[in-house]
Design a protein around this ligand. Structure first.
Ligand SMILES: [Zn+2]
Length: 274
């Protein structure tokens, strides 16, 4: 095929990123060097798809945009959630630049302030973040794993649909029907919570035997004292806080009031061109 004379005008990589997970939870999903993945800015089409997606297809559109902007990630659904914030921040930087504008109303005087944050510091933060996957519970060693983007999206959608039905319960006038539905939904919610929990466990080692069978692990959790779940949860929370970027100091232009706020990359500010 003849070379397109427009090829030299195609988009070029803007930045390179290193995945905090090192790709170990995403076997086969990354074709390139996990320490040097090229990130391109979004195309006009990516932006339209991403911008207009509603909650039900937002996972699908995010996956497409990841594949478009970081082509070496061949299966975005298998990407670990550890890498997701860094990936989205890097796509934001490659598309709109390093600065992120955020609005905030001063809680002290009501002034509407606009602050500019530097996303490269967020990228540096995630690049250096460490995930500790091992927790000792009695004689057992529990090895944790982060969810894949696919699992995380599926769980979020199921939770979304359960929450919607919980909201609808109040509109039912028949008390019997209400009771029946409440119990049904509660069961579903319990099953979902259990599934999320066991999905986060890679293996449980006792002596030299590693149990990886999900059904055995689920059975063990279902038949353990609450302190077991508590210890694992505590460890998961510690990992989570290691993955939370430091708060940013801001100062109101009206009254000088100072606060510390999180930098959040969400739908509302992702597309704002700072
Ligand atoms: Zn103020």
């Amino acid at each position: 095929m003849a070379t397109n004379p427009l090829q030299k005008y195609f988009r070029q990589p803007k930045i390179y990123i290193s995945l905090p997970s090192q790709g170990i939870y995403s076997a086969g999903a990354i074709a390139g060097d996990v320490n040097k993945l090229a990130v391109y800015g979004m195309t006009g089409m990516d932006e339209i798809v991403f911008k207009t997606a509603d909650a039900l297809i937002s996972g699908e559109s995010t996956a497409r945009v990841i594949q478009s902007c970081i082509p070496e990630i061949t299966d975005p659904w298998s990407v670990s959630t550890l890498d997701l914030d860094l990936i989205l921040a890097s796509i934001r930087v490659a598309t709109y630049g390093n600065e992120l504008e955020s609005m905030r109303i001063c809680p002290s005087c009501g002034t509407d302030n606009t602050y500019t944050f530097n996303l490269s510091s967020i990228i540096d933060f995630f690049t250096a973040a460490q995930y500790d996957n091992s927790v000792k519970v009695d004689n057992l060693t529990v090895i944790l794993r982060p969810l894949s983007y696919k699992d995380s999206t599926d769980f979020a959608l199921r939770n979304f649909s359960i929450q919607k039905r919980i909201a609808q319960i109040n509109t039912i006038s028949d008390e019997e029907e209400k009771k029946k539905l409440t119990s049904e939904i509660l069961n579903e919610l319990t099953v979902l919570r259990q599934e999320i929990f066991t999905h986060g466990i890679e293996s449980v080692t006792v002596g030299s035997d590693a149990v990886t069978d999900r059904i055995y692990i689920a059975e063990w959790i279902a038949n353990s004292d609450r302190t077991v779940t508590e210890q694992i949860n505590k460890h998961i929370e510690q990992n989570k806080s290691r993955w939370t970027p430091p708060l940013q100091k801001i100062k109101c232009s009206g009254c000088g009031f100072e606060e510390e706020v999180p930098i959040e990359l969400d739908q509302s500010n992702f597309f704002v061109n700072a």
